[in-house]
Design a protein around this ligand. Structure first.
Ligand code: SAM
Length: 276
């Protein structure tokens, strides 16, 4: 199918007066080649449903549409809506724009079937949205993949392995039943305006969930353990009924600190406690 010719993003931004708002975390991507590379990260999107949070002037949106996706975009800044309406006209029936706060909209109400999520997330709400998507009660979740831009420091926390300072609750949440990968580093100069820090795209696909583990219990264990990450587990977990017995049953030395435990070890502790 021939792709519609679109005006340059700079022209769209100028014509619609979309000066970037810091409060809304607006750092726009204008390089169409980079945007096409990002849209290719989930694999073929031909005919696939995609949720995009924060389309802004529509740079990533147009790349997703060019890749053949059917896009539902949630945007809080109503100044962007006319630019997005123009984009919708260029891809009839392929773009649905919802004005609102993505933190308050449950994606389950938007889709009947599976969908991907791809977004250059606003940094101020990125982690909250990400942890919400990872905390789905149903697993595998309704989303098929996440392709998300974060500050590089947050991306490193998501993919972190034990024994490094970036390893913590976010790594365990992201890794215990899904596989996150750092897909692309993005230099700050790629954004308009450039943020202070570097960024990176993380790609996540769901994996099999271990049997018999309650996510809430796992969260409580990691919250207690990493809440006092410098302390030994026998101190940080002592307020959790059954936790020290679980360590003993599993042969995990209570003198270790949280950041030395693998994701699998956290899961096994949570599994013992889930049974209680
Ligand atoms: N996707 C565009 C791009 O890549 O150039 C813009 C990305 S910009 C980093 C983040 C976008 O998210 C902005 O358009 C902003 O208005 C929007 N936004 C911020 N908070 C939001 C929220 N809670 N719900 C929906 N959109 C939000």
């Amino acid at each position: 199918m021939t792709k519609p010719a679109l005006p340059p993003l700079r022209e769209v931004i100028a014509r619609h007066g979309l000066s970037a708002s810091k409060a809304l975390g607006q750092n726009f991507l204008l390089d169409e080649q980079l945007l096409d590379r990002i849209a290719a990260i989930p694999g073929s999107l031909e005919g696939q449903q995609v949720l995009e949070v924060g389309p802004g002037p529509g740079g990533l949106t147009r790349a997703l549409l060019r890749a053949g996706a059917v896009v539902t975009a949630i945007e809080m800044d109503r100044r962007c809506l006319p630019a997005l309406a123009e984009l919708g006209e260029a891809f009839p029936g392929k773009l649905r724009v919802i004005e609102g706060d993505a933190l308050k909209i449950d994606p389950k109400t938007l889709f009947d079937g599976p969908y991907h999520i791809a977004s250059n997330l606003p940094y101020n709400v990125g982690t909250a949205l990400f942890t919400g998507w990872l905390s789905s009660e149903a697993w595998p979740p309704q989303w098929l993949s996440l392709t998300l831009m974060f500050q590089e420091e947050v991306a490193r926390r998501i993919i972190a392995e034990p024994d490094i300072s970036a390893y913590g609750r976010l790594a365990v949440l992201a890794q215990w039943r899904s596989v996150p990968k750092l897909a692309l580093k993005v230099h700050r100069s790629a954004f308009t305006p450039p943020p202070k820090v570097m960024s990176a795209i993380v790609h996540v696909v769901p994996d099999a969930a271990p049997d018999g583990v309650s996510m809430r219990v796992l969260e409580r264990v990691t919250e207690a353990a990493f809440g006092q990450r410098r302390k030994m587990l026998r101190q940080s977990l002592k307020g959790m009924p059954g936790a020290l017995d679980a360590l003993e049953t599993l042969g995990i030395d209570a003198q270790r600190r949280a950041e030395t435990l693998s994701v699998e070890e956290f899961v096994s502790v949570a599994k013992v406690l889930t049974r209680k």
